[in-house]
Ligand binder design. Structure first.
Ligand code: TXA
Ligand code: MG
Length: 339
C-alpha cells in the first residue's frame, strides 16, 4: 500500500500510546514521512531503500537532493551490513553505539540505502540512535531509516515535537512525540573512509571522548570547503534563527535578548528585552539540550537581535560554538535557499 505525500494533516502520535510505534512503522513501510525523536534532535524519517519516499523527504524539507542523509538502524549489526568498517570505525561503533555518533564509511549495503539517499556517493553515513522511541521504531520497521533533522532546510533543528509541527505540519504524515530530546544538538560526524578519522561535524558526542577511544587526535577537514559539499551542516549560514545573533558579547545593547550561561550578568543586562540562562548551573550538557529551543523561543517572541555571552569550548561546548557561529553567519537573501 502506498501513502501519498504530503498529506493535508500531520498526525501527532504519542510515542507511548498503544500501537503508536507500530503505526509509525507502517507509515514508513508504505513510503510515508514520519518524524521521530532521537537523543540528539527529532529526525524526519523515510524508508532508506525507497527512492520515492526519499524524494518526498527532500521536498518536504526543502533540502537540495545532493545532500546525503544519515541512515539509522536499530542496532550495530544492522549498520555493519550497510558499510565497510575499518579498525577505527569498528572501535568507535563498539564504544559509542547506540549514541550520538554518525560514522561515514564506504557503502556496501546494496539495496539497503538507495542512491538518492546517499546523493550518489559511494560512502554512507550510519548511526544507531540510543533514544528508546527511535530504537523501538527502527526495530518495528526492520530496515534502515534515513533521517535528517526534522526542520525546514536552514531552520534550527527541532528538539520537541511541537518544533517539528511548526516547521512541517501538513508536509509529512506523522510525528512520533517522545518529549524533548535529551542531548539537543546533532550527532558528531566522523569520516572513517581514510587512513585517519576526520571530524566532519562536532556534535552531541564530545571530541575528547572519541579521541580517547581512538588513542589519537581526530583530523580536521583540510579546509571548510573540503567538507562543505559533503557535509552541508558545515556550510556557513545554517541552523539559523530569524533574529540577528551577536556572539561572545561582553555587554548587552538595549532591546537585545540576552542568552547567558552560568549566571553571567554582562553590563547592560537591565536593558535587555529578555534574559535566558542556558544553564544557571554552568552545565554545557544542559546548555546544548536547551540551545535550539531557546533560539526558537526567542524567535517566536519577536525579538530582532539576540546577544550571547561566551561559553566554554570544551566537551559539548565545541558543538555549541560551531552551531552558534553558523547561526550568526551572513544569511542567503532567499530564505528558502537550500543550506
Ligand atoms: O543527530 C543527527 O545527526 C540528526 C538525527 C536525526 O540523527 N540528523 C542530522 O541529519 O543531523 P542532517 O541530515 O541534518 O545532517 C547530516 C549531515 C549532513 O551534513 C550530511 O551532509 C552529512 O551528515 N552526511 C551524510 N552522509 C554523508 C556522507 N556519506 N559523507 C559526508 N557527509 C555525510
Ligand atoms: Mg539538519
Amino acid at each position: 500500500m502506498a501513502v501519498s505525500a504530503p498529506e493535508r494533516s500531520t498526525r501527532l502520535l504519542a510515542a507511548h500510546a498503544p500501537g503508536a510505534v507500530e503505526e509509525a512503522a507502517r507509515l514508513l513501510a508504505a513510503g510515508g514521512l514520519v518524524a521521530f525523536p532521537t537523543e540528539t534532535v527529532y529526525g524526519l524519517g523515510a524508508d532508506a531503500a525507497n527512492p520515492d519516499a526519499v524524494a518526498a523527504l527532500y521536498a518536504a524539507k526543502g533540502r537540495p537532493a545532493f545532500n546525503p542523509l544519515i541512515a539509522h538502524t536499530a542496532d550495530a549489526a544492522a549498520a555493519r551490513r550497510l558499510g565497510a568498517f575499518n579498525a577505527d570505525a569498528a572501535r568507535l561503533a563498539e564504544r559509542f553505539w547506540p549514541g550520538p555518533l554518525t560514522l561515514i564509511v564506504p557503502f556496501t549495503g546494496g539495496e539497503g540505502v538507495c542512491d538518492l539517499a546517499r546523493a550518489g556517493l559511494d560512502t554512507v553515513g550510519l548511526r544507531v540512535p540510543s533514544h528508546p522511541d527511535a530504537r523501538a521504531l527502527l526495530a518495528a520497521f526492520g530496515g534502515a531509516v534515513v533521517a535528517p533533522s526534522a526542520n525546514r532546510s536552514g531552520h534550527v533543528s527541532p528538539t520537541e515535537a511541537g518544533h517539528v509541527m511548526d516547521d512541517l505540519a501538513g508536509r509529512i504524515h506523522a510525528v512520533l512525540d517522545g518529549g524533548p530530546t535529551p542531548v539537543g544538538v546533532e550527532s558528531t560526524i566522523v569520516d572513517c573512509t581514510g587512513a585517519d578519522p576526520v571530524l566532519l561535524r562536532p556534535g552531541g558526542l564530545a571530541r575528547e571522548a572519541i579521541e580517547a577511544a581512538l588513542g589519537r587526535p581526530l583530523r580536521l577537514p583540510m579546509s571548510e570547503s573540503d567538507a562543505a559539499p559533503l557535509s552541508p551542516g558545515r556550510l556557513a549560514s545554517h541552523y539559523a534563527p530569524r533574529a540577528a545573533l551577536r556572539l561572545d558579547v561582553d555587554a548587552v545593547e538595549p532591546g537585545e535578548a540576552l542568552v547567558t550561561f552560568a549566571g553571567a550578568r554582562p553590563p547592560g543586562i537591565e536593558a535587555a528585552a529578555t534574559v535566558l540562562d542556558l544553564s544557571p548551573a554552568g552545565s554545557l550538557t544542559e546548555a546544548a539540550a536547551r540551545l535550539y529551543g531557546a533560539l526558537r523561543g526567542l524567535d517566536a517572541s519577536g525579538v530582532s537581535a539576540i546577544a550571547i555571552v561566551p561559553l566554554p569550548r570544551d566537551g559539548l561546548g565545541e558543538a555549541i560554538a560551531d552551531r552558534l557561529a553558523r547561526a550568526a553567519a551572513p544569511r542567503p537573501s532567499d530564505p528558502e535557499m537550500p543550506q
